[in-house]
Design a protein around this ligand. Structure first.
Ligand code: OSB
Ligand code: MG
Length: 365
């Protein structure tokens, strides 16, 4: 496609309930949306998963908006015939900023695949019509409140519960949830880097609770600490923040720092790099699952397409819309049993609701 128009806007979606992790508490999802238009009338949308603050990763929303408009848009406009696979190479000389890069690649994917009448899931090589999903449960104000929340999600049918943990909120909540909901509940924990290598002995006590995985206990760049912990725990170690590319993923597997990978397209620079990580993991017999960043319906649609690839054998953090938002910019995604249907329409497969988009846009207003 020949890019003619490139714009960004921010939408603000209030969360139904505050989401607390070891990184902080979030009450609203400000999402940066990218729209591209082409000379032949193509239109595509992408979502940047950067948060307001650079806590989960070094990227943040205003910075992403700036680099996209100031550097990425001119570089992409200069490409004579842009296709989705050409986006990452055209931006490779700009260091870092994977979430911003992923958002523009996503918009180009949407535009090009819509004009070719190809759904993203088909383009990526998806093999499932619906995908099993779980819920990421934030740190609660009390153990009672946690049990209420988990009960609601288990009753709704979710295939897996992930508990956010941090020092002071780990063994006790995990023990209680396991005891209350029984051995059959697929249960995982996510520390978002909240522990130090000296906490390794403490973390091994999580082995008592039959967890399907322990996600990212240590700093993103400390593969050695994860490898040392993996060697002394039965619970599989899963990496999230540490994996920013297929090359990272290969290095982590070589170092035996993890045996499961959480794939988030934004964190790794896009859906095409996400597929490369999937392919590498599959070749090594390593299970992967699709992580979430409290996406709007736009990003949720694309994540469902990614999670339909064969190697995504564990339930993703792709919950129903109602778990996050009262109103969204797309039609809501709903849970059917323990799964959500993969969109089948061309491109990302969702229609943006013009009125919702208008009323939720905060910038430019
Ligand atoms: O670590 O997986 C994470 C949300 C924001 C930032 C980091 C993470 C998360 C989640 C939420 O766990 C997953 C979701 O979108 O449901
Ligand atoms: Mg995580």
């Amino acid at each position: 496609m020949i890019l003619t128009d490139f714009s960004v806007r921010t939408v603000a979606l209030p969360l139904i309930s505050p989401f607390r992790t070891s990184l902080g508490t979030q009450t609203v999802r400000n999402a940066l949306l990218v729209r591209v238009r082409g000379a032949d009338g193509e239109e595509g949308w992408g979502e940047c998963v950067a948060d307001d603050e650079p806590t989960y990763s070094p990227e943040y929303l205003q910075g992403a908006a700036d680099i996209i408009t100031r550097f990425f848009a001119p570089a992409l406009r200069a490409v004579p015939d842009l296709d989705p696979a050409g986006v990452a190479p055209a931006l490779a000389h700009f260091r870092g900023h994977p979430m911003a890069k992923a958002a523009v690649e996503m918009a180009v994917l949407d535009a090009v695949l819509r004009s070719r009448e190809t759904p993203l899931a088909v383009h990526l090589g998806g093999v499932r019509q619906s995908v099993r999903v779980g819920v990421s449960v934030g740190i609660a104000d009390s153990l009672d409140a946690l049990l209420d929340t988990v009960d609601r999600h288990v009753s709704a049918g979710y295939a897996r519960i992930k508990l956010k943990i941090e020092p002071g909120w780990d063994l006790e909540p995990v023990r209680l949830v396991r005891e209350t909901f029984g051995a059959d509940l697929m249960l995982t924990v996510d520390a978002n880097t909240a522990y130090a290598p000296a906490d390794a002995r403490h973390l091994t006590r999580l082995d008592a609770f039959g967890l399907a995985l322990l996600e990212q206990p240590f700093a993103p760049d400390d593969l050695q600490a994860h490898a040392d912990l993996a060697a002394r725990m039965d619970t599989p170690i899963c990496l999230d923040e540490s994996i920013t590319s297929a090359r990272d993923a290969a290095a982590a597997l070589r170092a035996r720092a993890c045996s499961i990978i959480n794939i988030k397209p934004g964190r790794v620079g896009g859906y095409l790099e996400a597929r490369r990580i999937h392919d590498l993991a599959q070749a090594n017999g390593v299970p992967v699952w699709c992580g979430g960043m409290l996406e709007t319906g736009l990003g949720r649609a694309a994540n469902l397409a990614l999670a339909s690839l064969p190697g995504f054998t564990l339930p993703g953090d792709i919950s129903a819309t109602a778990r996050y938002y009262a109103s969204d910019i797309t039609a809501p995604f709903v849970l059917e049993g323990d799964s959500i249907r993969v969109p089948t329409a061309p491109g990302l497969g969702v229609q943006l609701d013009p009125e919702a988009l208008e009323s939720l846009t905060v910038s430019p207003s």
